[in-house]
Design a protein around this ligand. Structure first.
Ligand code: FES
Ligand code: FE2
Length: 386
């Protein structure tokens, strides 16, 4: 079949040791991705979601979440156009009655052709799902590749005492521009006027460059793979100067230690950022850039806090609703969202990957691109969507 390649071959031929990353326009297969919060899917509820260019149905049956591709084997129509669930475990195509079991994907019946030789011999694509820390994760990949969720989340995320709260929204940019915006130490420049300044004292330089030792690559066999950037080992820039005049300054407090609002960031496969001590000391922000299709990602924003009892959980939940959600996830991160969406056109035809002109601190972004190219367990191709 002759089809347009997903990524421009001329661009690919110009990229060196992070070519796999440029190829992964639709994301890396064989990884776990959060797609909804558990509380968003009640018992018996059916939802349509997208992931890496695939349209999927998710349903909760007897507490378990099941994932099935939203495309009838017969003539390729979306089952979700008119979901007919005659039994709790099955969905029947509204067109000619092909009926599939959620748990296995098996074609259990064809209601209009009960004797068909296809029955029990064919399967619709299904994917494993699991739940952790209040999120529903889907493993988008091949059955023989399924691995432990702990390899696809940042260290500490699954700690039992950690309460994780958050929200998600669709951002109109490729997932990689999300990941790079989050991990980009230099983009601190955009946050100098953040609304969050009104809710805590900030040390926020207008820029900072990692000194030797700040950036560490983690590739241990049994754990998550990522790149860590320690802001304590950065050289900050406080004032922006043009023609000898200071034109802009980062908010600086003499009362707090450290050069930056956060202690550091790290990014982990398959595209999840951890921001230490943010939006305030003792909290950790975890955020995913889940590929929906070539030009959109699901921004899953969460904040976690270790809580020793119900009292602490309640108090964190209150602060989350009253402060951290409106002023952190909505206010502060609004800057990130518009930046990604405005960056998208430059990279849309892939030439951005060779036309960009990165500078010294951007070396950390290149480190991430190289790591992702080495550690991605597969690249989602157009042929995977068939
Ligand atoms: S298209 Fe689904 S049963 Fe015919
Ligand atoms: Fe940001």
């Amino acid at each position: 079949m002759n089809e347009e390649p997903l990524v421009n071959p001329e661009v690919l031929s110009m990229i060196g040791d992070w070519k796999g990353y440029v190829e992964a326009k639709l994301g890396f297969r064989n990884h776990w991705y959060p797609i909804r919060f558990s509380k968003e899917l009640a018992e018996g509820q059916l939802e349509v979601v997208e992931l890496m260019g695939e349209k999927l149905l998710i349903k909760r049956i007897d507490g378990q979440v099941y994932v099935m591709r939203d495309r009838c084997l017969h003539r390729g129509v979306p089952l979700s156009r008119k979901p007919d669930c005659y039994t709790k475990d099955t969905i029947t195509c509204w067109y000619h009655g092909y009926t599939y079991r959620f748990q296995t994907g098996e074609l259990t019946n064809i209601l209009a052709v009960p004797d068909s030789r296809l029955i029990k011999r064919r399967k619709i694509v299904t994917y494993p799902a699991t739940e952790a820390q209040g999120l529903i994760f889907i493993f988008l990949g091949d059955e023989d590749q399924v691995h432990d969720l702990k390899k696809d989340v940042p260290p500490g995320f699954l700690d039992e005492d950690r309460l994780v709260l958050g929200k998600h929204r669709v951002v109109n940019s490729n997932w990689r521009l999300g990941a790079e915006n989050g991990f980009d130490g230099l983009h601190i420049f955009i946050h100098k006027d953040t609304t969050l300044r009104h809710y805590r004292t900030f040390n926020f330089p207008i820029g900072h460059t990692p000194l030797p030792g700040a950036v560490q690559v983690i590739e241990e066999e049994d754990g998550p793979k990522g790149v860590m950037d320690d802001f304590a080992l950065h050289k900050p820039v406080w004032d922006g100067v043009i023609d000898g005049e200071v034109v802009v300054s980062g908010p600086r407090s003499t009362q707090i230690k450290g050069t930056s609002a956060a202690a550091g960031t790290s990014i982990w496969m398959p595209g999840v950022l951890k921001v230490d001590n943010f939006p305030i000391g003792g909290l950790t922000q975890y955020e995913w850039y889940v590929p929906l299709d070539e030009g959109r990602h699901l921004y899953v924003q969460t904040i976690g806090k270790p809580c020793k009892d119900e009292q602490e959980r309640l108090s964190f939940a209150n602060d989350f609703e009253a402060i951290w959600k409106p002023h952190g996830l909505d206010g502060f991160n609004a800057d990130d969202i518009w930046a990604r969406e405005v960056t998208e056109p430059f990279y849309q035809d892939d030439y951005g990957w060779v036309d960009e002109m990165l500078c010294e601190p951007d070396e950390t972004i290149l480190e991430w691109r190289r790591l992702a190219s080495r550690q991605g367990r597969g690249i989602q191709q157009k042929s995977d969507l068939r």
